[in-house]
Design a protein around this ligand. Structure first.
Ligand code: NAP
Ligand code: GFB
Length: 324
């Protein structure tokens, strides 16, 4: 391409654009100057196309003719939903991912950035976990369906590169939280579910029921930070190999400390009870962000207490539209 012909502005299709991470990317694109001149950004929900269905996938790609894809769409949920529906997570996500990647290839999409998760790493491993360890053994039993389907994306990306030179890649966030999360008591991830429980316990004057012992440890990343990093990956990151998106290992904390932050944010002064009849799931999955820091040594993450406060305020102010 000679220096005269400017690359055509991107047409970006964000699958799963109506969820926690999708809404955060939409905010950064529309409110933080993330959309460059001439670019078109489309944020898809399952209502416009069920991506488990190949024909619907092809039809929506025909409609928007993307040059770039941020692939977020997935069956997603917290520990207790995974434990009930591992096969459903496996089958739905395998089909969604294959439909999106194959249709992207067939339509000549230049770049696809898919979204894996730190729970896909082997459960029995050395710490901290890094990107080279994805396939080094079975994931934790609680989410084997989702984890194996996500691992296959990395394999598919390698296949599209090896056989067709496609530069499709992926990111690996740790536990994400923020506005527009799923705040459902049973199916939500830990922070969003506990924010809803704390809100209800305060209203009803009852104890807050935390499931499990509260001792498992997690690294939480705010959805807007994930969104800002996704735009950097789309524009700048040129590897096929995935990259972990996470706060540092030193930010990892036990669930019970995060519970305290939620109680502070919602001004809950009631009793906190740990129901140890409920599973703790994986005790830890400490991830290294050294690769990310080599690329972005100065990236600033939102402190957890600040992100939790902002998310609790969003939940209280948007209770009517929130997923509960
Ligand atoms: P989410 O809030 O549950 O959003 C899921 C999105 O996928 C929604 O837009 C949903 O559309 C769409 N979707 C689900 N099934 C679909 C289908 N059959 N066809 C088309 N679209 C479908 O999830 P999220 O937390 O934003 O997750 C986004 C991505 O990040 C996922 O790939 C997830 O695996 C990954 N991830 C999440 C976390 C986390 O802690 N949340 C951590 C690591 C990685 P509707 O709104 O229409 O239902
Ligand atoms: O976010 P979460 O559901 O999933 O967190 P994972 C589960 C941890 O929080 C467990 C404790 O240690 C639970 O015992 N916990 C305490 C609660 N109270 C609650 C509660 O009310 N609801 C929930 N959900 N947990 C997920 C993977 O693992 O991580 C997903 O299964 C995804 O695939 C996600 O990757 C990021 O962190 O254990």
């Amino acid at each position: 391409m000679d220096s005269q012909t400017k690359a055509e502005p991107m047409r970006v299709l964000v699958t799963g654009g109506s969820g926690l991470v999708g809404k955060a990317i939409e905010h950064v694109v529309k409110q933080e100057g993330g959309c460059l001149e001439g670019e078109q950004w489309t944020f898809l929900s399952s209502k416009e196309a069920n991506l488990v269905d190949l024909q619907q996938t092809r039809a929506v790609f025909e409609k928007y003719r993307p040059t770039h894809v941020i692939h977020l769409a997935a069956k997603v949920g917290g520990l207790y939903l995974h434990m009930k529906e591992n096969l459903h997570f496996l089958r739905d996500n395998l089909r969604i991912n294959d439909n999106v990647l194959q249709t992207s290839h067939e339509r000549g999409v230049t770049k696809v950035v898919s979204c894996l998760s730190s729970c896909i790493f082997p459960d029995k491993t050395t710490y901290p976990i890094d990107e080279s360890m994805i396939h080094n053994g079975p994931p934790h039993d609680s989410n084997f369906g989702y984890s194996h389907a996500k691992r296959m994306i990395d394999i598919q990306n390698r296949g599209y590169f090896a056989q067709h030179g496609r530069r499709y890649t992926a990111v690996i966030p740790t536990n994400v939280y923020g506005p527009y999360d799923n705040f459902n008591f049973e199916n939500g991830h830990v922070l969003s579910a506990l924010m809803h429980k704390t809100y209800a316990a305060k209203k009803e004057g009852t104890p807050l029921q935390v499931w499990g012992s509260g001792t498992p440890r997690r690294q939480f990343i705010y959805s807007l930070d994930v969104a800002r990093l996704f735009l950097w990956v789309l524009r700048e990151y040129d590897e096929i190999d995935p990259i972990i998106l996470s706060v540092g290992e030193e930010e990892e904390l036990p669930i019970k400390d995060a519970v305290e932050m939620i109680a502070d944010a919602l001004d809950f002064k009631g009793q906190i009870v740990f129901d140890t009849s409920k599973s703790d799931g994986q005790m830890k999955k400490t991830a290294s962000n050294a690769k990310l820091r080599r690329y972005l040594p100065d990236f600033t993450f939102t402190p957890l207490s600040e992100g939790i406060k902002k998310t609790c305020d969003w939940f209280v102010n948007n209770y009517d539209i929130a997923r509960t």
